[in-house]
Design a protein around this ligand. Structure first.
Ligand SMILES: NC(=O)CCC(=O)C(=O)O
Length: 264
């Protein structure tokens, strides 16, 4: 299956420009044969958190119409990265996923808010998982800081996901954490990780390094440090083979992890 990873450079607070750019890149990805297209985090507004009242997508209506129309017209699945959205009780960092028939299969509000980028001061946290199927592919989607919480990704894998999509705005100074955490999440969950980061100029400090990692931990692709559209071929059938080779899921002992044991 061909995955189109859109390592996009969105403009800070430039909503109109960002929708236009996202559409150009989605169309290019489809023309180049992508069957699943993945966008980065908060691509509509960037991290213009102080301006969300003017910039956030009200009830996510514009983004949902945009992704639904494009996925249906182009016949591609779209993991829509995330956008800032506005609801009655505040603002959210929301991922919408559409299948190739233009149907919404996932809505996810980022569960772990990243204090270092002030998310907790401006956003509400979600509390629902994000499991969905794209055709016969069992998948899940999380957002950026979520990857520091292995329990959260494990919960999605235990619920059946064999592919974990990650959309991010992960800055350059911690890019080694990004790479290491993603590889670990792929190995421990024995699943594909398809992780798309943003790119920006040097001042804004986002250097891409999006990644596609297969369930043995081998890295199939790493993005460069420019805006980039990459089409990566993956064979999802290897998940079952790797899970059979080292049966981690059968060997788990959840009762040990749930009861805290004090060793004297
Ligand atoms: N947008 C984010 O959630 C950033 C997370 C991050 O940079 C980290 O180090 O974690």
């Amino acid at each position: 299956m061909k995955i189109g990873c859109i390592q996009m450079n969105m403009g800070f607070g430039k909503v109109e420009q960002n929708y236009e750019r996202a559409e150009v890149l989605i169309r290019q990805a489809a023309e180049q044969g992508a069957e699943i297209i993945v966008l980065p985090e908060m691509w509509n507004s960037g991290y213009a958190l102080e301006q969300l009242d003017e910039l956030a997508d009200v009830h996510g209506e514009r983004t949902q119409a945009f992704l639904s129309a494009l996925s249906k017209e182009l016949g591609v699945h779209i993991v829509g990265g995330s956008v800032s959205t506005k609801e009655e009780d505040g603002f959210y960092n929301t991922m919408y996923t559409y299948n190739k028939d233009g149907e919404k299969v996932g809505t996810y509000n980022k569960a772990h808010l990243f204090r270092l980028m002030d998310e907790h001061l401006h956003l509400q946290a979600g509390d629902k998982m994000n499991r969905f199927a794209l055709g016969d592919i069992e998948a899940a989607g999380v957002i950026c800081y979520d990857i520091r919480f292995p329990e959260w990704l494990r919960a999605h894998a235990l619920a059946g996901a064999k592919v974990l999509f990650v959309s991010a705005q992960w800055p350059t100074p911690r890019i080694d954490h990004w790479k290491t955490l993603l590889q670990a999440r792929a190995i421990e969950n024995q699943c594909f990780i398809i992780a798309v980061n943003r790119i920006a100029n040097k001042k804004e400090n986002f250097n891409g390094q999006s990644m596609v990692i297969e369930p043995w931990g081998d890295v199939l692709w790493v993005g460069g440090d420019d805006e980039e559209l990459a089409i990566i071929d993956v064979d999802f059938s290897v998940v079952d083979e790797i899970r059979a080779r080292i049966p981690v899921y059968d060997d788990r002992r959840p009762s040990l992890y749930e009861d805290v044991v004090t060793v004297k």
